[in-house]
Design a protein around this ligand. Structure first.
Ligand code: KDO
Length: 338
């Protein structure tokens, strides 16, 4: 038997005690290190469906792969600012987010076709376009050119104009001079201007205060978001322009995706699908009946001349630089998807 000299023995026992102490103080850290870290960042508020869907994602994954993933959900843009998520994912500082067509268009200009007003007709049309060959081609293009993989599209809702003060709005001319808040990118600002307004860039998290203090006259978002972010508390009118059937995409960083085994990838994909289904089902259900809620809160809900808005917005895109990046024939293929 090897003899341990007294000095070595006392050193060993000090080390053993230190290790035992560490294990007692940091047991979860030690366990978490063996798990695959999945950090999520989104500007979504907790009460919006695409905020809640991340809990479905986490629960689905915890069930299909117990103890395998450490899913950390960060809502309200607390981890990364709105629009900076793709860069954070490319750097390896973030694993998952829901990114918009506008975020993708910054790197893949062809994708801007999905940022254009009055291209996608309704949620069913969106599901058919994204669920068919066009979706496959465009998601591959984005995944090939960015350092993220798009796992699934999500219906964010149909965007409407929401104003601080009641105003007769029939046509785009009636929005002249209205400071309409849009998220801050060229494609967003183009959409706001195409609607006839003065597009004013502001991050989502600052919209409530902007409406309250009057630094902006209005904003546009799908109605479930107007409810969840409580914009109805600081606005008086909804104008049902239906100008953008908006989609976002659950995306995962390539660093995280490629480090996973095929079995892990399949579980993450299934969890993303479950999250998307939860969002889509609840959002559609809510959109179908939400107008009464706003009326009960004292808001004036008006229907403008939607054909006049459609004509002006489609015309603005047709003659724009943005549309020059759209793949030849894609608009017709989208229009012909029934
Ligand atoms: C917004 O800032 O108006 C917007 O609706 C844009 C979307 O692309 C998306 O970022 C969304 O905000 C957030 O998820 C908050 O709902």
């Amino acid at each position: 038997m090897t003899r341990i000299r007294p000095l070595r023995r006392s050193l060993l026992s000090v080390c053993a005690a230190a290790l035992a102490c560490c294990a007692a103080v940091f047991p979860t850290t030690a366990a978490a290190q063996t798990k695959t870290l999945l950090r999520i960042s989104t500007p979504a508020v907790p009460d919006d469906w695409h905020g809640k869907m991340w809990t479905v994602f986490k629960e689905t994954l915890d069930k299909s792969a117990p103890g395998e993933f450490d899913v950390q959900i960060n809502l309200n843009a607390t981890l990364f600012k709105q629009g900076t998520e793709p860069a954070a994912m490319a750097r390896g500082n973030l694993e998952l987010s829901s990114i918009s067509a506008f975020d993708i268009a910054k790197q893949v200009p062809e994708f801007s076709i999905f940022t254009a007003g009055y291209v996608i007709r309704d949620p069913q049309h969106q599901a058919k376009v994204f669920g068919g060959p066009i979706g496959q081609e465009m998601f591959k293009l984005a995944s090939d050119r960015m350092e993220v993989t798009l796992l699934t599209p999500i219906y964010l809702g149909t965007r409407q104009v929401n104003l601080r003060e009641v105003k007769p709005v029939r046509t785009p001319a009636d929005l002249k001079g209205v400071k309409l808040r849009m998220p801050g990118s060229k494609e967003w600002l183009f959409l706001g201007e195409a609607l006839g307004a003065t597009a004013t860039p502001l991050a989502f998290g600052e919209v409530y205060l902007g409406l309250k203090t009057g630094t902006i006259d209005g904003q546009d978002n799908p109605l479930p978001t107007v409810r969840a972010a409580k914009f109805y508390e600081v606005t008086k009118q909804l104008v049902l322009t239906n100008h953008l059937v908006d989609g976002i995409f659950i995306a995962i960083s390539d660093k995280a995706w490629k480090a996973m085994t095929p079995a892990q990838q399949a579980r993450v994909q299934a969890a993303a699908n479950a999250a998307a289904a939860f969002n889509n089902e609840n959002r559609l259900k809510e959109e179908a009946q939400i107008v009464d809620f706003f009326k009960s809160q004292g808001l004036t809900v008006t229907t403008p001349d939607v054909d006049a808005f459609r004509k002006q917005v489609q015309g603005a895109y047709a003659s724009s630089d943005i549309a020059k990046a759209w793949p030849k024939g894609l608009l017709e293929r989208i229009n012909n998807t029934k």
